[in-house]
Design a protein. Structure first.
Length: 115
């Protein structure tokens, strides 16, 4: 049974930081590309950052320079360090694991940034 469990969401003031974690089980974590997506109320889910199985990263323009994605294959965990948070970063953040056409999603964690 595949599980992706996110941790670390919460309420933070604008300019603050949060670190999200996503712990995976039931998959060979090291071969999966991992990503963080977010969905704000009334909006579509969008990519925030991805990290490949080889460690290459890419970011949405909105995340560049502020967010950092990383992974620890030994711990089967992917992280999203979010700095200089803005109210527009408020959303439910989802962890994603992808291998070819196979996708798995976590349940999401709420991030709220107050102004």
């Amino acid at each position: 049974q595949v599980q992706l469990v996110e941790f670390g969401g919460g309420l933070v003031q604008a300019g603050g930081s949060l670190r999200l974690s996503c712990a995976a089980s039931g998959i060979i974590f090291s071969i999966y590309h991992m990503g963080w997506y977010r969905q704000a109320p009334g909006k579509q889910r969008e990519l925030v950052a991805k990290i490949t199985s080889g460690g290459s990263t890419n970011y949405a323009d909105s995340a560049k320079g502020r967010f950092t994605i990383s992974r620890d294959n030994a711990k089967k965990t992917v992280y999203l360090q979010m700095n200089s948070l803005k109210p527009e970063d408020t959303a439910v953040y989802y962890c994603n694991a992808q291998l070819g056409s196979t996708f798995y999603w976590g349940q999401g964690t709420q991030v709220t940034v107050s102004s």
